[in-house]
Ligand binder design. Structure first.
Ligand code: NAP
Ligand code: ZN
Length: 348
């Protein structure tokens, strides 16, 4: 076992604090990684505070991990000591069910193993990226092709990036498609950048007047203030696809009405309490679809990282020391982050 410093919560009411955890000594197919930066996802906060009612404690969050390989097992062939690598939301899955066979490990029928909080259907706890080291099976480690100078800003791609890239690809975003992104947070700002790079006409929907200019700078062709009924009216029946990243329950009808016939509203935000059920007529009269999407498979995560390296896409970040995490969580709740906190692990 390898002892390593970490930062986590001991129960749902506690602030995050220093702790020591153990990592396994690398098995033959394992990669040992020194964590250099870790992004802060809203899911970290949902989990640390047990908002989804599945948290095992102690809870060490963090699934936007970038770092350097420090050791590899005998049977590791794709990574060498010194490589820059990433680890996202998953560290294992059954590998044999139809979803795994199709490279959609996030939908593993036995439940994938989260980078933190263990297997989704229960089992031994796992500890995430708010720590100095991690040991991960080779097949769940990603190559990073961005320059080393961009490393901190690459971290958020490992969750926020893939969570938007995957539905954009699945629902065929591209040229001549009008795509809406709802919420300009960590996920949303990646959605704006990715949809723009894919050639879509991008409309950002935000509740924050202060984010209008940023939305345009990040790549949105148009920005609509979603609390303004008149502005929303302009988009009725206009959009092919809307990806909704909002982390709190809200009225989905306002967005369903913006879809063209056969358009899709895809939920990726995962609030603590459910959204009110939308009006059925908003779906059946235009054969609209309401769907959801969970991160993305490992192969697609690599595809997304390569796409971002090629298009020079990274996240807009604020680098913070580890002991700022509790203040960072408070600011995330207030939507006061531009647009992702990334922890400098040297400060742990
Ligand atoms: P975030 O940075 O906090 O962004 C959420 C955005 O939602 C905010 O910036 C804000 O955008 C909007 N928002 C917040 N409160 C709101 C309110 N009361 N009313 C309307 N809009 C509000 O969070 P994130 O890290 O992007 O994560 C977003 C959600 O996705 C979380 O629930 C997270 O757990 C979930 N998630 C899901 C997946 C998946 O695989 N499906 C993966 C990662 C995360 P504006 O200021 O622009 O309105
Ligand atoms: Zn996440």
């Amino acid at each position: 076992m390898i002892k390593t410093k970490a930062y986590g919560a001991v129960d749902k009411n506690s602030v995050l604090t220093n702790m020591e955890i153990e990592r396994r000594t690398p098995h033959s197919g394992d990669v040992q990684i020194e964590i250099l930066y870790c992004g802060v996802c809203h899911s970290d906060l949902h989990t640390a505070r047990n908002e989804w009612k599945t948290t095992q404690y102690p809870c060490v969050p963090g699934h936007e991990i970038v770092g350097r390989v420090t050791a590899v097992g005998d049977n590791v062939h794709r990574f060498n000591v010194g490589d820059l690598v990433g680890v996202g939301c998953m560290v294992d899955s059954c590998g044999t069910c139809p979803s795994c066979a199709e490279g959609e490990e996030q939908y593993c029928e036995s439940g994938f193993t989260g980078t933190y909080n263990g297997p989704v259907f229960g089992g031994e706890n796992t500890y995430g990226g708010y720590s100095q080291q991690i040991v991960v099976k080779e097949s769940f480690v990603l190559h990073i092709k961005h320059s080393e100078a961009q490393l901190a800003s690459v971290a958020p791609l490992l969750c926020a990036g893939i969570t938007l890239y995957s539905p954009l690809v699945h629902w065929k975003a591209g040229l001549n498609k009008k795509v809406g992104i709802v919420g300009l947070g960590g996920l949303g700002h990646m959605g704006v950048k990715l949809a723009r790079a894919m050639g879509c006409h991008v409309v950002l929907f935000t509740t924050s007047l202060s984010k209008i200019e940023d939305g345009k700078k990040l790549g949105a062709h148009e920005v609509c203030v979603s609390t303004d009924v008149n502005q929303m009216q302009n988009y009725h029946n206009q959009l092919d696809l809307i990806i909704n990243t909002v982390s709190v329950p809200h009225d989905l009808n306002a967005y369903l009405q913006l879809l063209k016939r056969d358009g899709s509203l895809v939920l990726v935000g995962a609030p603590e309490e459910p959204h009110p059920s939308p009006e059925v007529f908003n779906l059946i009269f235009k054969r609209r679809q309401l769907a959801g999407s969970l991160i993305g498979g490992i192969a697609q995560t690599q595809e997304m990282l390569d796409f971002c390296a090629e298009h020079n896409i990274v996240s807009d970040i604020e680098i913070v020391p580890m002991d700022y995490i509790n203040s960072a969580y408070e600011r995330i709740v207030k939507s006061d982050v531009k647009y992702r906190f990334v922890i400098d692990m040297n400060t742990l």
